[in-house]
Design a protein around this ligand. Structure first.
Ligand SMILES: NC(=O)c1ccc[n+]([C@@H]2O[C@H](COP(=O)([O-])OP(=O)(O)OC[C@H]3O[C@@H](n4cnc5c(N)ncnc54)[C@H](O)[C@@H]3O)[C@@H](O)[C@H]2O)c1
Ligand SMILES: [Zn+2]
Ligand SMILES: [Zn+2]
Length: 355
């Protein structure tokens, strides 16, 4: 089958196979998959990953085969795939925090073969392929009338961005917010803030073309960052004492510092961007005494089987924007064009279509 494989370079290959699902696994025909910056971070060396690896971790499709012990998912079901292969048995899973399940960290599966050689699966998903095999806990059944090209984005961008607001920052009505970096993650933070009645919602990006999407998704203000712009002063013009919530959605230590420095007393800063492993950021300790917090956040601290159906319901009620996230669909062979368009800042999200 066809898949996009990282071998030290990004290759579109036709010689990829996937093994049959084991007892608790399902095989899914991938219909659509979003391009997240974390895929790009493998290609540019920010996130080290062994090769060869089938890339992609934001996918949706149809269940094609199930293992003997699978009960909740059936052949023909439409599913959104999550990267969290939580065990469902440990204390973290039991208390409803599957992103804390140790089973979901550091395990690298290899259900694929590329030219006969064992191949890894990026982020437990490997959805840049015509079919993939994942644990049944990673397949969340959705209504059949939701287009795959929109549904797939829930698998990372939406659970991460909206989840960071709903599950981590938890703003109360009328609290102010700052969002730095307006890719798929930042735009979903913005719409999570809109759904939470945060106000104002100040959006910052270096790319002036991001203003329209920021306002469409719910930002009240847009600041185009750049060498000639004092972003901090522009934020303080809107919120003189700082913001209640700040979200760093780029993965840059200077922006982490800026987000922390712009917090109001009692404010919290959620770190979503993923820099190179080992990167450090600094802050002035005294500035945090007034009950300020710095919060890490993995995958929107989501509970996929609770949050994904809830997000689908919000979408169907017209309150969550998914279709508007899709800036363009690309054939797998055009993945380089999708990367170029992403780097040129043309995209909310690129979607690769496999079926
Ligand atoms: N924490 C998590 O669980 C999680 C999940 C998914 C992605 N991520 C990470 O989130 C980050 C964003 O991912 P994405 O897919 O939205 O990326 P993206 O490439 O689609 O968007 C990044 C945006 O940041 C903007 N930007 C770049 N430099 C900037 C600067 N100096 N100031 C302001 N804006 C700037 C870009 O113009 C772009 O609009 C990445 O680091 C990704 O790895 C984290
Ligand atoms: Zn992602
Ligand atoms: Zn667990």
């Amino acid at each position: 089958m066809k898949a996009i494989v990282w071998t030290g370079q990004l290759e579109v290959r036709d010689d990829v196979e996937v093994r049959d699902p084991r007892a608790h696994e399902v095989r899914v025909r991938v219909h659509a998959a979003g391009l997240c910056h974390s895929d790009v971070s493998v290609v540019d060396g920010t996130i080290p990953f062994p090769t060869p690896a089938v890339m992609g971790h934001e996918g949706a499709g149809v269940v094609e085969a199930v293992g003997d012990a699978v009960r909740k998912v059936h052949v023909g079901d439409h599913v959104v795939l999550t990267t969290l292969g939580s065990c469902g048995q440990c204390a973290a899973c039991d208390r409803g925090q599957p992103t804390h399940c140790r089973d979901t960290a550091g395990k690298i599966h290899a259900p694929f073969r590329v030219a006969g050689e064992r191949a890894f699966q990026f982020a437990n998903a490997g959805v840049f392929a015509e079919t993939t095999v994942v644990s049944e806990s990673q397949a969340v059944v959705i209504d059949r009338d939701v287009p795959f090209s929109s549904a797939c984005l829930i698998g990372c961008a939406v659970v991460t961005g909206v989840g960071a607001v709903f599950n981590r920052a938890k703003p109360t009505h009328g609290q102010s917010a700052l969002v730095i970096g307006l890719g798929g993650i930042g735009l979903n933070v913005i719409q999570g803030l809109r759904l939470s009645d945060a106000l104002p919602i100040i959006a910052v990006d270096t790319n002036p073309a991001k203003e329209a999407a920021a306002l469409e998704f719910g930002a009240t203000h847009f600041i185009c960052a750049g060498p000639d712009v004092d972003t901090a002063a522009a934020v303080r013009e809107i919120c003189p004492t700082g913001v209640d919530h700040a979200f760093e959605c780029v993965g840059h230590p200077g922006l982490v510092r800026q987000a922390i420095d712009l917090l109001d007393w009692g404010g919290s800063c959620v770190l979503l961007g993923v820099p190179k492993f080992g990167t450090e950021a600094s802050f002035v300790i005294n500035t945090l005494y007034n009950d300020k917090s710095i919060l890490g956040c993995r995958y929107g601290s989501t509970r996929p089987h609770h949050d994904i159906p809830m997000l689908i319901a919000l979408y169907k009620a017209g309150r969550l924007k998914l279709d508007e996230l899709v800036s363009g669909t690309y054939a797998p062979a055009d993945v380089q064009q999708a990367l170029d368009d992403m780097h040129a800042g043309k995209l909310n999200r690129a979607v690769l279509t496999f079926a």
